[in-house]
Design a protein around this ligand. Sequence first.
Ligand code: ADP
Length: 600
Amino acid sequence: MSLSLSKKALILVAIPLAFEIVFVVSLSALLYSVDNERKRENHAREVSASVNAALTALLDRFSSCVLYHVSDSPSFKKRFETSRYKIRAQIDGLEALVRNHPEEKAAVDKITDLLTVSVENLQRAQGQLELGNKIGAARMWMRADKDIGHLLGAIDEITVYQEKVLAERKAAQAGYRRAVEIILPAGLLLNVLIAIGLAFYFNRGTTRRLNVLLDNTKRLAVDQPLNPPLVGRDEIARLDHTFRDMASALEESRRKEHAVVDNAEDVICSLDRDGRFLAVNPAVARLWGYSDEDLIGDGLDAIVHEDDVKATFKAIDELVGSASGTGSFENRIICQDGRGVDFAWSAHWSKADKTLFCVARDITERKQVDRMKRDFVAMVSHDLRTPLTSIQMVLSLLEAEAYGQLSDSGHENLEAAEANVNRLIGLVNGLLDLEKMESGKLILLRESYKVADILTPSLQAVRGFAEQQGVKLAAPAHGNPEVFADRDRLVQVIINLVSNAIKFSPKGGTVTLAIAEEPDWIRFNIIDEGRGVPEQLREAIFDRFKQVEIDDAKVKGGSGLGLAICKAIVERHGGTIGVDSQEGRGSTFWFRIPRKIQTV
Ligand code: ADP
């Protein structure tokens, strides 16, 4: 079982540290012993020197006593006196020296006693001389002489002892020196061996294992099988385990992703910046009839209908240049069998990969249905408008009693019939408008207008309706910027949105028409305090006949086409339309129109 990384690090630090401590402690002990030996040696020397000095002073005292007696010179008397202090000082010194050396105390005491006695005897001899008693003095000299003899004997004894001590100390010091000479290189060698051993241990247990991890990351990147799992329970083994889990999760999700891409109903492909195919999924064979080899390396322009190539690459350039890098476009793809098939593309430009990731969906059916719907609407509208207009005319004549008088209930029923016919005519007109716009037949008469030129007629048109509904209208001040648009069409959009806002506002509520200036756009916000639009319907209500509540059109009046017409007009201007809402607290219907001209 391998140790954890923290334990290994502890070993790496603790072992050399323990060794260093042992090494330093033993060296210090050796040095301490050597120092002690040196102190002992010095002590022996000091004792010898002190004894010799005392002996010299005693001999000096002896000789100065004799010489004073012979010459009567006061200088010898002075020497005699001084020597006493010198000897005393040496005796004190000797006593201090042996205070901590009990083994020498007896011998030194003997010497100091003999010194003291000799000093006293010489003092007495000097006293006898001064009294003129030469015989007495001579006796004292002889006694002192005898003492000196004993003293020399005692000094010999201590000298022999000290020499023995010195010899022993020298031998001990030599022993210590040898020990240091061995311990130092041995310690150094051991240190190196420990360092190598630990490095090897760490390398085997850690570095090598870390290298396996590193190698695994490289292998994962190039899709190669990973090294066998690392055994053990340390951090590295755990990391390896987690890495493997991550790699298999990655592999699993890659497998799923491939399965999704391979089995997708739509064409999924990637293109380079120049529109050349980098990768395609198998759907290309089914939908376009081409194989991978036919497409990869070739440009998208080779299979796009020649009329659509320019618009396709313009859309790609725009989405590549946009902040989100995302966009959509439609075109016709010329399939292998020569058919032109409509496709809707959703694409995302990855700046990091310098690749355009695309999904292309076959919209032939949708286009066909749209076309059929449009044809049907056009046909119905045309065929309905004429009879409806004549019915409306007849009803007006009836209402004006051109064909005779009517009863009150006749008038009532006629009014209801007229309202219904008007609604039908509105619906038919709306459908015709929409059809015109969606088929591109609507010509916009665009000019530069001040925003106020658009807002004023719009507000005038809805003021009466707002009063009738008890709803206040607000139009906060704005910078009155210019916008390049078809004024009548924008007025139509605003009237529609404001009328809706009034319709869905509570009595006493306020509808605000606010302008916001954006760098490239002018944004119109129509804010109400009504019931709001549920999140899931915020896109759908811009489709024809889509309502939040099933009978909104009936209860509130309207054709169910207003927002679809607004959307078509705004989009024809190159703008966008949408709604932000908090359910129960109101909605903001907004649309924005480019400030400058845009070709659509
Ligand atoms: P209509 O002409 O019937 O009003 P629109 O296309 O203008 O049709 O509106 C579609 C539906 O959107 C409405 O029937 C209503 O359900 C919803 N709607 C539109 N404006 C608002 C609004 N301001 N607040 C809440 N719902 C709205």
